[in-house]
Design a protein. Sequence first.
Length: 208
Amino acid sequence: MSRFDRLAYTAPVRGVQQQMGSATAADRRLRDPAEQPEPLTGSEADFIRGLDGFLFASVGETGWPYIQFRGGPPGFVHVLDAFTLGYLDVRGNRQYITTGNLRGDDRVALFFIDHARQTRLKLFGRASAVLPGEDPVLAERLDSPRTEGTVEQLVTIRVEATAWNCPNHITPRFSDRELADALAPVRDRLARLEQENAALRAELAARA
């Protein structure tokens, strides 16, 4: 049983599950209560640390959800403890929609996806943001690695629940860094072959 399911399977969702024939399987996941937040496992923490971006969903007072992308070097999302994530939020387009939404409702959903390995992780949590000067200890802890730019606030997410998603329909994609690492041996071999080829051409030219 997962607390994520407990939070996600609302009455309308259960109605659709009944209609579509998946209610029995869902019942097994709701058999035991899960009222307390679930800690991150080592696998989940390592997965989050290894990514260079994620999707961040919040809800405004109008009831409409809002999703934005947050990116940086791998590890810019820090696992502060088994229940807490944090990162330095840098200046963007200055609309501050997510920041405003959090002041009205701290409930958020995060979506982490690794296209190269066709893996994704969903997370429910409660987010808050403070100015860097309000918590200099936390600011220092989140400073490396971090996203480049002017730091405007420190964002922390208190984890409520997580769930791994199936890999279906994730198209494998690779970042420049991942491609560089994978192609390095090939490029080294190509360079050596070009050197050998140049040496052979020079030797043949000398004999001619």
